[in-house]
Design a binder for this molecule. Structure first.
Ligand code: ZN
Ligand code: ZN
Length: 636
């Protein structure tokens, strides 16, 4: 009897009768697994749990813990929402409802926009459908039959007409009253949706084309557990409060403008923070014997041809013609760094050579993906290229991990690491790969860093580790990366003279710790909700004189603080002291100093910190304490 052979994730192979469902296979593995299952994956295709299987291949049961659960959960919830809308507004025509990065939407042909009152009704109706626990049933029909079913819905008719004749067309029903043209897959039944929320509505166009009919879109999200939804909503509200573009405007840090899409205009206060970050990183690197270099932005295309960027990355590069020759703005700092390496004959005694560059790069990102400071077209990387011998690899990785740890802890970030290993297609000696991966693992273990392995996810030219920071509201951000490169030294024919007097290839280690400095500023702003530690605060001290008579005393104080490199200003507005204090608090300034008669006479200041604590101190005493706090880069 012909059977199908399924390869399970543990690589074991099992034979089944054709027509066996995913559920039955899951059951053969374990009752618990079958109960948790929401669907299956067969050779990369996601299928309904109860769909009969007809071909052999790699098989995986999808549970709420799998990466692919969202496709099942979110898209099924979109169907439930469509049924609710259709029940409440029978004149509506349904169109499509895909899963998106976070949640799903459904587009309706509806004569008016949806209102918040509609949302409540829709959610109530959805709750009924979920409670009824209706199974999602799949039926397959011919194209002619499909067209007959969707007569009167021009959107679905258009979709069906585009499908090849002769192919079976599938519909899914839940309950008795709702059927939707759909390829699937779905959850086994509506009852599996644990919690959901209708989020917002907007108008859209059929197939995103302004020439087409205008539609009403509703966004939603769902989870298997109610507490997951609560957590998600909490993070969303917090993230909105902390939004770095909103705070950037309120705190006068930066702005973005149509005159240069995707590039940040840094205001004085944002620049103060930017400079602090660069200073902090420079101090760290200086102590580890880095050399600071700077390479040009405009570089001839011959360089990009040698590096491979011209062939593989050109669509993201800003290319220009100068004196009838091709140039490009650099999207990465590595190729020009190799030019500095090659200016001298290098000996093993010169290595490791650590070339750090706060390098300005331009990448032409699509306008649709631009996102505040998080995704920009022009940014500075805290980049470095470390040229070293194979024997030095371990020391360098150890040093880098310790450096990352110091840097991230300064901001109060916890982090985890992902190690990406050799892909199927790779270059470089397999022994070197093995050694590099073993070195990375050992260094992570020695430093007690929690890490997970992404097998086969490394670049073809070397293994890498990515460092993911966890912010104050639990979101993670990939910032640092440490990438070994066995290819670029070949492409640029780099060498050093070893102790054996022979020529050898160095290894390049590309690494950034902050990543893009602009993006890191955005992450910091959301992490601290704009209330930065003193050393990073754009204004560290605000002096509030009690009326005009004390302007002179205030100015004298400001001069003293500025001579000590403290960022300080004086509020000279004609307002009351409480008003000015309130304004400084809204600006999240760490220290507010009130100066009046008593303070002027006694050489003291009345200090209010961000927690609202008040104390009167001798000026020098306060200054010494402040300078120590800044020097030690204390977290408030
Ligand atoms: Zn569907
Ligand atoms: Zn690089």
């Amino acid at each position: 009897m012909p059977g199908i052979e399924l390869t399970f994730p543990d690589a074991s192979k099992h034979k089944f009768k054709p027509g066996t469902t995913g559920f039955e296979v899951a059951k053969s593995i374990g009752e618990g697994l079958a109960k948790a299952a929401v669907g299956v994956k067969l050779d990369q295709e996601l299928l309904d749990l109860h769909r009969p299987l007809s071909v052999s291949g790699a098989f995986e049961v999808i549970t709420p813990k799998s990466k692919d659960y969202k496709e099942f959960l979110w898209h099924s919830t979109a169907h439930v929402m469509a049924e609710a809308v259709k029940t409440l507004f029978p004149e509506v025509k349904i169109t499509i409802g895909p899963t998106i990065e976070e949640g799903f939407y459904y587009d309706f042909d509806m004569p008016r926009p949806f209102t918040p009152e509609d949302f409540q009704k829709i959610e109530a109706k959805m709750a009924e459908i979920v409670k009824a626990d209706q199974p999602f049933k799949r039926v397959e029909v011919s194209k002619a039959e499909a067209l007959k079913r969707e007569k009167g819905n021009k959107y679905k008719t258009e979709l069906i007409n585009e499908l090849p004749t002769g192919e079976k067309i599938s519909f899914y029903s839940q309950g008795e009253h709702f059927v939707d043209l759909c390829r699937g897959p779905h959850l086994p039944s509506t009852g599996r949706i644990g919690a959901f929320k209708v989020l917002k509505a907007s108008s859209s166009y059929w197939r995103a084309d302004q020439k087409n009919a205008s539609l009403q879109r509703i966004y939603g999200i769902s989870f298997f557990e109610k507490k997951e939804l609560e957590q998600w909503l909490h993070v969303r509200v917090e993230a909105e409060k902390r939004n770095h573009m909103k705070l950037g405007k309120e705190l006068d840090l930066w702005s973005m403008h149509a005159e240069s899409p995707g590039s940040v205009f840094m205001h004085g206060k944002g620049m103060a923070m930017y400079n602090e970050l660069i200073k902090f990183m420079s101090e760290q690197l200086f102590q580890l014997n880095y050399d600071f270099v700077n390479t040009p932005i405009v570089l001839r295309n011959t360089l990009w041809k040698t590096s491979g960027h011209w062939e593989h990355y050109k669509q993201n590069m800003y290319c220009l013609e100068i004196d009838e020759e091709d140039f490009a703005l650099k999207p990465m700092n590595c190729p020009p760094s190799t030019i500095i390496y090659r200016t001298k004959r290098r000996s093993y005694r010169d290595l490791p050579l650590k070339l750090a560059e706060f390098g300005l790069v331009h990448r032409h990102e699509l306008s649709g993906v631009l996102n505040g400071l998080f995704r920009v077209r022009k940014f500075v990387q805290d980049d470095a290229h470390i040229y070293h011998t194979e024997d030095q690899m371990e020391d360098i990785i150890q040093e880098l991990l310790q450096l990352c740890d110091r840097v991230y802890k300064t901001f109060g970030f916890s982090y985890h690491v992902e190690l990406s290993t050799r892909p199927e297609k790779s270059m470089g000696d397999p022994k070197l790969w093995e050694k590099a991966e073993a070195t990375l693992k050992k260094a992570l273990e020695d430093n007690k860093v929690s890490y997970k392995i992404n097998p086969g996810d490394g670049a073809f030219y070397g293994p890498k580790i990515d460092l993911h920071l966890k912010d104050a509201i639990g979101r993670t951000w990939q910032c640092g990366t440490i990438q070994l490169d066995f290819q670029m030294p070949e492409r640029f024919d780099l060498s050093y003279i070893g102790s054996d007097d022979k020529e050898h290839r160095p290894v390049i280690n590309h690494r950034t710790i902050l990543g893009s400095v602009e993006r890191f500023l955005g992450v910091l702003t959301e992490h601290f909700a704009g209330a930065f530690p003193v050393w990073l605060s754009p204004i560290q001290v605000r002096i509030v004189p009690v009326g005009q008579d004390y302007f002179k005393d205030a100015d004298k104080l400001m001069k003293l603080f500025r001579q000590n490199m403290v960022r300080c200003d004086v509020d000279r507005k004609h307002e009351t002291v409480p008003y000015k204090v309130r304004a400084a608090q809204l600006e999240k300034i760490p220290y507010i100093l009130v100066v009046g008669e008593k303070e002027a006479k006694e050489g003291t200041v009345t200090v209010r910190d961000r927690a609202g604590k008040l104390e009167t101190l001798k000026v020098q005493h306060f200054l010494d304490r402040l300078l120590a706090e800044i020097r030690e880069r204390k977290l408030s």
